[in-house]
Design a protein around this ligand. Sequence first.
Ligand code: NAX
Length: 328
Amino acid sequence: KPNPVHVAVTGGAGQVGYALLFRIASGQVFGPDVPIVLRLLEVTPALKALEGVAMELSDGAFPALTDVVLTDKPAEAFDGASWALLLGASPRKDGMERGDLLAANGALFGPQGQAIGQHAASDIRTIVVGNPCNTNAMIAAANAPDVPADRWFAMTRLDENRAKSQLAAKSGTPVGEVSNLAIWGNHSATQYPDFANARIGGRPVPEVITDDAWLNGEFISSVQKRGAAIIAARGLSSAASAANAVIDNVRSLNAGTPAGDWTSVGVQSRGEYGVPEGLFFSYPVVAKSDGTWTVQEGLQHDERAADRLRVTIAELEEERAAVRHLLG
Ligand code: NAX
């Protein structure tokens, strides 16, 4: 049997955790024959609820799940981890300004980044889901200078999946036919879901969906505001679809993206497409099965798209300015 993969998950007692952990344990992410150790980090008051989740994991009788570690100590949670899935974050409370939220989360992601740097396995890859995920990822990475920059990710896969689903519905095409969908920028309402470079059945989307007003209007805004629409309908934020996106994200980074395609994920900019260096920016990323990846170069943006990119870059720069003191 291969060695177990240690997967650290923070916020394991939360809603996304509840939808995610059972699917990891079932072997859907790493394969049915790969033993898994789940290392679950929670804040101390949530440890009891976390124990309940662990009881249910046990009751799942998952053959691949060899151990579950429950802890409120980051050093223990990340010890020997090859993956860190950071779901835990401080929710926005009444009266909190955006800067307050950024600072509250910065205070959490700095120490978690440090613990990852000190205790995780040498092949550690970290995906930040907890919002604001791009800037939280930047803070965590800045606090673990020995972990290579290309091992840190911020999740925009849910936005990618949402966008693909909208395009499939509009064109009456199965969603599996939609490819090359890039989310550019921040995981926020300023993101740019790039229909122009996306394809349906291999053809450029604007050739298949000729309603330009819909593409540039309702499509973009419905993807940007989908999170709010789910809250309005369900009374709770997206959880199962978010967990599904985490799984898709890990699988793409692990197995690689299909030939000719890419996936969307926030990574540390090295200046690609004029994005300031160091920002965590969602790009089209081509991943290989050896764990390496590159930003897809050479895509074109028209004036409207370029304007949208400027807006999301400006927002990420503001976020960076608000947490600069946490960047080491
Ligand atoms: P919940 O509030 O249900 O769960 C969060 C859990 O994190 C709680 O159990 C809490 O105790 C725990 N936590 C807080 N601080 C922690 C810390 N320092 N260490 C360990 N655990 C800690 O939120 P949930 O709906 O599960 O969402 C989790 C996060 O994902 C939120 O920040 C949310 O904004 C973010 N989302 C991001 C998405 C994305 O696409 N990037 C989509 C889904 C989700 O909304």
